[in-house]
Design a protein around this ligand. Structure first.
Ligand code: ZN
Length: 319
């Protein structure tokens, strides 16, 4: 055998081995995808949309769940479209949790499809519809930003708890215990927010933000809320809205307006410029987390930390 030939044979056997390896890999992958009950490590595979839900599922599910959140820090859920990778994560999940009320407006069909063969749960489902704010006539029937009223978010947490128990009754006690601890934290948070907002002089309690996400916050904690864009960021702010808002702010000598981490700031800048031309100095009070939380690993990357951050920024700027 020549040297060249032996090299060829070696390469060919190497190629055969690689093919076999790949085949083995594909076969394992296939058998894994059929195993829908639990992950290899025994944990339930959960796929979620916004960070606030991801956080709540981690809190309630604890060591029994592996949570895969699709929307990271700074991502706008109203405009979010599922990528091929996202579809895969949804298909592989045992349970899917999303907000619903048309928050994830571009993913409605995907959820409908997933719901045909697995638990696909909107965490807003158990909230009494009569306690919900109405939405934009065009975009949504209800205002989907329920996490801005901590009490609504407590209800969503209970929905997550009950769904995990239904799927995995063996760990019922753990889910109940975890949920109880988290709900206690949320109850404290709710009181804290109410107290802090009440410390702003009543005339100054006006919250102007880039889009109309804070309606529940305003209702629950007694602050007037005005957004430049509508309830969904899919609708643009009109010129008349900008002029009306500017006049209101100038007339009432409001000190600050706020930008949001998941929405471009151009409309807010236009209002500040407009007020300046009218001789009123408006400041940017700070950046609020509206539809997305802060970076993972930071305090603002949790629901409790995000709410606390928002309230502190608002109080500091308006007090
Ligand atoms: Zn929003």
């Amino acid at each position: 055998m020549t040297k060249k030939n032996s090299k060829y044979i070696k390469m060919r056997s190497l190629f055969c081995m690689l093919t076999l390896l790949m085949l083995a890999f594909v076969m394992t992958a296939c058998s894994n995808s059929k195993e829908t009950v639990k992950d290899d490590d025994g944990k339930i595979k959960v796929t979620t949309t916004i960070g606030m839900i991801t956080d709540a599922v981690k809190q309630v599910g604890g060591e029994h769940v592996n949570v895969n959140g699709l929307m990271k820090s700074g991502v706008d859920p109203h405009l979010y479209k599922a990528s091929q990778g996202d579809i895969k994560k949804l298909e592989q999940a045992d349970i899917i949790f999303y907000n619903g009320l048309h928050l994830e407006g571009k993913m409605v069909e995907v959820f409908e499809r997933m719901a045909k063969n697995k638990s696909t749960i909107a965490v807003s489902d158990d909230i009494d519809r009569s306690s919900l704010r109405s939405g934009d006539e065009m975009e949504t029937e209800y205002d989907p930003h329920i996490w801005f009223d901590v009490k609504h978010w407590m209800k969503a947490t209970e929905t997550i708890r009950d769904s995990l128990i239904e799927y995995d009754p063996d760990h019922k006690e753990d889910y109940e215990e975890n949920a109880k601890n988290y709900l206690n934290q949320l109850e404290e948070l709710d009181k804290e927010v109410a107290e802090k907002i009440a410390s702003i002089p009543e005339k100054g309690r006006v919250l102007v933000t880039a889009h109309d996400a804070f309606g529940y916050f305003g209702d629950a904690y007694g602050i007037k809320v005005m957004g430049l864009q509508g309830i969904s960021t899919a609708s643009e702010a009109g010129t008349k809205d900008l002029v009306d808002l500017r006049d209101f702010l100038v007339k009432n000598k409001i000190k600050a307006v706020f930008i949001e981490s998941s929405v471009p700031r151009r409309s807010i800048d236009a209002v500040i410029q407009g007020a300046k031309e009218k001789g009123h100095n408006l400041e940017i009070g700070g950046e609020l987390f509206s539809d997305a939380m802060g970076e993972e690993g930071t305090s603002e990357g949790t629901y409790v930390g995000m709410v606390r951050h928002n309230v502190n920024i608002i109080v500091q700027a308006l007090k």
